[in-house]
Design a protein around this ligand. Structure first.
Ligand code: NI
Length: 206
């Protein structure tokens, strides 16, 4: 089992990087909403982000429109994730602690790509081990597919031995400004200081 997860983790991380590169490439060639071409090094990822409607771990509805006015961080995962998600959630918990009260303006969203298992109740129980400023989100398959598409986030169900499954998914944490525009991203393999610096920049910007 251990070697299986190791292999799977390598696969996951590889896919995450691949998905981000693909997302950047797609964003580069897609025209912007106004018809102007989105391209170049600065705006090549401008197509990340967009409308969503999901359900929080408290059972209330949340849309992207309600997030306007405050910066937020969003990433995709699932509570049965063996490694990447708990590591990311632990990382973010530590980063929020280091940022202190300044981080109260930052909303962190953990969107489940496994709605069949991740009910609001399970998300709430799972997230109680992490910073309370992290909000778990779930929804119907369609709602989650729409949110993942908006963020160019990849996810896929992979059967495992014993009749269960894992979800492969993009590990990137997307940092969005107070207008809901893509600001930057935290890479899974980045060091703590680099991540902290990006979050500080995001908070300073909005
Ligand atoms: Ni995960």
């Amino acid at each position: 089992m251990i070697s299986f997860w190791k292999k799977n983790l390598v696969l996951l991380v590889g896919l995450s990087v691949g998905a981000l590169v693909l997302a950047a490439a797609v964003a580069f060639v897609l025209p912007g909403p106004t018809g102007t071409t989105v391209g170049g090094s600065a705006s090549g990822v401008a197509a990340i982000g967009g409308p969503f409607r999901l359900t929080t771990h408290d059972g209330t509805a949340l849309t992207d429109a309600e997030l306007r006015g405050k910066p937020f961080a969003v990433f995709f995962g699932f509570t049965h994730c063996p490694d990447v998600c708990p590591t990311t959630l632990f990382d973010i918990t530590e980063l929020l602690r280091e940022l202190g009260p300044e981080a109260n303006r930052l909303q962190v969203l953990f969107v489940s790509v496994d709605p069949a298992r991740d009910t609001p109740e399970l998300l709430r129980a799972y997230l109680s081990s992490f910073d309370p400023r992290i909000t778990g989100l779930t929804g119907s398959e369609e709602e989650i597919a729409a949110a993942a598409k908006a963020y160019r986030a990849f996810h896929r169900k992979v059967p495992t031995e014993g009749g269960s499954y894992v979800m492969e998914h993009t590990a990137t944490v997307y940092l969005m400004d107070r207008s809901g525009r893509f600001f930057s991203a935290l890479d899974y393999h980045e060091g703590r200081e680099a991540k902290l610096a990006k979050l500080k920049r995001l908070l300073r910007a909005g």
